[in-house]
Write a protein that binds this ligand. Structure first.
Ligand SMILES: N[C@@H](CCC(=O)N[C@@H](CS)C(=O)NCC(=O)O)C(=O)O
Length: 232
């Protein structure tokens, strides 16, 4: 894959889904061009690369676009299997289990997170947080099932589930700050607390994840914009 191999990422700094892709690229040690997108004025490159959803992230590999963060993660693993760590388990059953948990993260954590992170109404925020706390507790159970107390869902090293959750990490921490609720708690989720510490210590996480304070400021502005658009 060396030589003329070219990777271009269309993303935004405040996208948890783009963060997933960045994490995978850094973990694999792949160099890429990061092309920051303005989602209020979508570029022709974004519109032609993702004509169906018109969303980031899009990974363009030698001119060919791949869309949807989890599809991109699997593509990176398929296309660069021999470079860096393998993200998805090799065993078909283990692969299926990893895919199950990524789907769980996207449906049971991401959807209520969007509500909690952007809602202006207190009841909406509370409901979003309640659902997230339930989701986080279930993930704690999943981590407990991992053999021999390994630090990551992927075992000794970071895998597909870790990247899917890790891409959200700064956003979950920002939500804790914005909503004044601890999502990861030493009593209820001690394994996830340890997971967070192991994850943020990774060079890939340092390179790929956005600054939490910057995200919180960004979310406050977004909330104000949403509130103003509801009033008008
Ligand atoms: N399911 C998609 C979600 C991507 C997504 O929602 N991207 C947002 C940015 S965080 C976006 O591009 N929004 C622009 C829009 O909705 O017009 C994935 O996993 O890649």
């Amino acid at each position: 894959m060396a030589g003329e191999d070219k990777l271009k990422l269309l993303g935004t700094w405040a996208s948890p889904w783009a963060s997933r892709v960045k994490l995978a690229l850094h973990l694999k040690g792949l160099s890429y061009e990061n092309v920051e997108q303005d989602l209020h004025h979508k570029s022709d490159l974004l519109l032609t690369s993702n004509p169906v959803h018109k969303k980031v992230p899009v990974l363009i590999h030698n001119g060919k676009p791949i869309c949807e963060s989890v599809v991109i993660l699997e593509y990176i693993d398929d296309a660069y299997g021999t470079e860096g760590p393998v993200l998805l388990p090799v065993d078909p059953y283990e692969r299926a289990i990893a895919r199950f948990w990524v789907d769980y993260i996207d449906s049971k954590l991401v959807i209520p997170w969007k509500v909690a992170f952007t809602a202006n109404r207190e009841e909406e925020k509370t409901e979003g947080i309640k659902q997230m706390l339930a989701g986080v507790k279930t993930l704690e159970g999943a981590l407990k099932e991992c053999p021999n107390g390994k630090p990551f869902f992927g075992g000794d090293s970071v895998g597909y589930v870790d990247i899917a959750l890790g891409g959200l990490l700064a956003f979950l921490q920002g939500t804790e700050e914005l909503c004044g609720t601890k999502l990861f708690d030493i009593t209820d989720t001690p394994l996830l607390i340890a997971w967070v510490q192991s994850f943020i210590a990774l060079d890939a996480a340092k390179a790929a994840l956005p600054d939490v304070d910057k995200l919180v400021e960004f979310a406050k502005i977004r909330r104000a914009q949403i509130a103003a658009s509801i009033k008008n």
